[in-house]
Design a protein around this ligand. Structure first.
Ligand SMILES: [Fe+2]
Length: 285
């Protein structure tokens, strides 16, 4: 695909592109929006550099990808209930978004896309890793693909498998985020197909994570764990990955239907401040 309204620079073989020269304040009828959506489908993760976005701008750009979604476990910003601040202070050790996952898959209608906008970034570190779960599905054997047909994953908001503690323990250590609903975390539970089909492309992708998927529907946790771990580890092989570096004024948008991500916690002693918005509630099929 060639692009006329922006400079698209691929980040890796499997997914990801940096976008330069895109004007996210462009009018609604600008061809830029059509190209941005094309690039979103082609690259799955877009790191759009050089933006100056208010919360209103972020809501408008998010609206190009779908209706806004509430994040259940942190309060939104004043006047912007859908936008949450993601901050790690200098003195904090735990970060938000570590461990491989796709966003809020424990909801009945998880968001199609996540937008993350950087305001303050550390001088080095704090990158986000992504993998392409459609490429990971394609690389499975015919036997495995057949075995996965019809399997349904049960995902929980409780972070039962997180090292160092569950949702309550995790968010209580992130002092700069205003948490909510922690006592109800395990009540957020969903059943979604392990292999989902992208509504725009028809492409199949793996949809699970060790972090959120507690078992396969109809199987015990002990029975499920080896297969979930194998698929999680398979998805996160280097050949399916890219690494996004951040700078202030960068908006990264990713497709939660075909990717997993992992926020690298390697910048202790520095502040990192982002704004997060998820959009496009969609039942995975
Ligand atoms: Fe995330």
């Amino acid at each position: 695909m060639t692009y006329q309204t922006m400079d698209v620079r691929p980040l890796a073989g499997a997914l990801g592109a940096e976008i330069y020269g895109a004007d996210l304040k462009a009018r609604d009828d600008s061809p830029m929006w059509i190209e941005l959506r094309q690039a979103f489908i082609e690259y799955h993760v877009l790191a759009i550099r050089g933006q100056d976005m208010s919360q209103d701008d972020m809501m408008r750009v998010g609206g190009k990808f779908g209706e806004p979604c509430f994040y259940p476990f942190a309060k939104g910003m004043e006047g912007y209930p859908y936008i949450t601040e993601v901050i790690k202070e200098k003195h904090e050790r735990e970060n938000f978004g570590a461990d491989w996952h796709t966003d809020t898959m424990y909801l009945e209608k998880p968001p199609r896309a996540t937008l993350l906008y950087a305001l303050e970034t550390p001088p080095r570190g704090g990158d986000t890793l992504y993998v392409n779960t459609a490429a990971a599905y394609d690389a499975l054997s015919g036997g495995m693909k057949k075995m996965l047909e019809g399997l349904v994953g049960v995902s929980s908001g409780g972070l039962k498998n997180k090292k160092g503690g569950d949702r309550v323990a995790h968010l209580s250590r992130i002092g700069s985020m205003t948490s909510q609903n922690l006592d109800k975390a395990t009540a957020f539970e969903s059943r979604h197909p392990i292999v989902r089909t992208h509504p725009d492309t028809g492409r199949k992708s793996l949809y699970l994570s060790c972090l959120h998927t507690v078992c396969l529907d109809g199987f015990t946790e002990d029975e499920s764990r080896p297969l979930i771990k194998f698929l999680n580890d398979h998805c996160t092989e280097p050949e399916f990955s890219c690494r996004v570096r951040w700078e202030p004024g960068q908006l990264t948008v990713w497709d939660n239907r075909t990717t997993m991500h992992n926020a690298v916690n390697d910048y202790h002693g520095f502040r990192r401040r982002m704004r997060r918005l998820t959009v496009g509630p969609e039942v995975p099929v």
